[in-house]
Write a protein that binds this ligand. Structure first.
Ligand code: 87F
Length: 485
């Protein structure tokens, strides 16, 4: 496509957020080259730019998971059908989502295999073999893997048939230790979301109806997206002894008695990429927090005069300085595109800082720096450039987080009566915090009246004072309600 035609095209190619948020989201995913659809419905290709974000996130998670004492391993993709049905009770609701392998080597298999939708069953089976004594505990294993869940409605990153994740599976001597582990991981997830993705999250416990059926207690982190809908960004389960009983994972305790281990499982997925898009993106496209930006800085040389001999060498020199200073840099030296086209392109792809350098800048020994988050432009002296750029990147990281916090505060309302609750839920989307009695009936009624679900109940909250928003019985918790993804 000729340059100008392409340049005109992209401006109109992103639907404004206010017009249609989900169209906007799909436009950004496609135009920023984060992902693309594959020939199999619901399966997507994570393109290099999207995968680079995942790698940065993966590294941050992996480092912290290991620092918390866990080790990585790899368990098989295929699981015998009979293993899954051992935990029949927990699996019932999920059955339609399971994909089967029925043939191999040109023959029908004696036993069908499932493509893992999660790995509790295979971890459980192996733990039963590996764990004998209290001396073998705790077992703290994580794996990075792909999983498959057959989904009717899919959306890139947010809900796909196959996705990438980490899943941790641990076994402990006591219930207290398992609970401690579950909450430790919840904190870890929250810290990664807040420090890396600049995405504030609410940490809390799920209601009975929203918890994983195989768990004693499920905790989640919940974030508010740019359209005011909530997104579950990670879960951590205290499995109690449920899986230990289903898979016969026992150990000889210190007092010589034989007991079942206490388990946990927890995971975050490539959905987090969707979360970062919807938390910070704007009408010009993606806005990436510097810590997960594949390129933190793009250098665009301004082609004037004999720029190849003057501007380009200077641009390369700056690039090298920045790289040496630990900054991820892209020097866009393609001469087939105009600077204006490049500006729009890297803006759309969310690069936090753009450096423009032309003959005039060289004369003045400075560069022009444009921030993606605030769109501010400033001249920065070449002298001390690396330090200044690093400061700016940190400032952008903080600014995005502060902005997201402010947005969430503006979109969070506390209410104490059902009429107001319904009105608020009917209005501008966001979180509504309200006292709840703990009954599934009230929860279901609220959902059918308003489409809102309990996202979670913060672990840090004080005991609630009020009465259930719906039935007026004494409340067991202040619940965070929202319409959710
Ligand atoms: C789909 C099909 C079969 C979710 C499923 O949340 C089974 C399941 O067990 C299933 N979808 N789950 C629950 C997964 C629980 C848990 N596993 C480890 C997590 C995080 C990572």
């Amino acid at each position: 496509m000729p340059k100008n035609e392409k340049a005109d095209a992209f401006v109109t190619e992103i639907t404004p957020r206010s017009q249609d948020f989900s169209r906007w989201y799909l436009d950004v995913v496609r135009r920023a080259e984060l992902a693309d659809y594959s020939p199999v419905k619901g399966c997507m290709v994570i393109r290099p730019y999207g995968y680079a974000i995942w790698e940065l996130l993966q590294q941050a998670l992996d480092t912290r998971i290991k620092a918390a004492g866990h080790v990585n391993a790899y368990f098989p993709l295929f699981i015998p059908e009979s293993l899954l049905t051992k935990e029949a009770e927990h699996v019932e609701g999920f059955a339609p989502q399971v994909a089967y392998v029925t043939h191999g080597g040109g023959e029908e298999l004696e036993e069908r295999l499932i493509v893992r939708p999660t790995s509790e069953a295979i971890f459980g089976t192996m733990y039963a073999k590996w764990i004998q004594s209290w001396r073998d505990l705790p077992v703290l294993i994580n794996q990075w893997a792909n999983v498959v869940r057959w989904e009717k409605v899919t959306r890139p990153f947010l809900r796909t048939t196959e996705f990438l994740w980490q899943e941790g599976h641990t076994a402990h001597e006591t219930e207290e230790e398992a609970e401690e582990e579950t909450l430790k991981i919840l904190d870890l997830y929250a810290e990664v979301c807040e420090s890396m993705l600049a995405m504030p999250v609410i940490k809390g416990r799920k209601s009975e109806s929203e918890k994983f059926a195989g768990a004693l207690r499920t905790y989640s982190i919940e974030a508010l997206m740019g359209d005011g809908r909530a997104l579950q960004a990670g879960t951590s389960h205290n499995l109690g002894q449920n899986f230990a009983k289903a898979f016969d994972i026992t150990f000889q305790a210190r007092d010589k008695s034989v007991q079942h281990v206490w388990g946990t499982s927890w995971g975050v997925t490539t959905r987090l990429i969707g979360a970062v898009i919807m938390t910070h993106g704007d009408d010009s496209g993606l806005v990436l927090p510097p810590r997960v930006a594949p390129y933190q800085v793009v250098i665009v040389p301004i082609p004037r005069g004999n720029w190849q001999e003057t501007v380009l060498p200077k641009a390369r020199e700056i690039q090298q300085q920045l790289v040496a200073g630990g900054v991820r840099v892209m020097l866009d030296d393609r001469d087939s595109y105009t600077p204006g086209w490049k500006f729009a392109e890297w803006e759309l792809r969310g690069v936090p800082l753009r450096l423009e350098i032309g003959p005039k800048d060289i004369e003045k020994s400075s560069v022009l720096v444009a921030r993606r988050d605030t769109r501010e432009k400033l001249a920065v002296p070449m002298d001390g450039l690396v330090g200044r750029i690093r400061e700016l990147l940190e400032n952008i990281q903080r600014t995005l987080f502060d902005r997201a916090i402010k947005f969430r505060e503006e979109r969070t309302q506390r209410v104490n009566d059902y009429e107001t609750f319904k009105q608020v839920m009917d209005g501008r989307p966001g979180f509504v915090v309200a006292p709840w009695c703990g009954s599934a009936a009230c929860e279901a009624q609220i959902k059918s009246d308003t489409q809102a679900t309990i996202r979670n109940m913060p672990t840090t909250a004080a005991t609630p004072s009020g009465h259930c928003i719906r039935c007026d019985h004494p409340a067991v918790a202040d619940a965070w309600f929202a319409k959710a993804y």
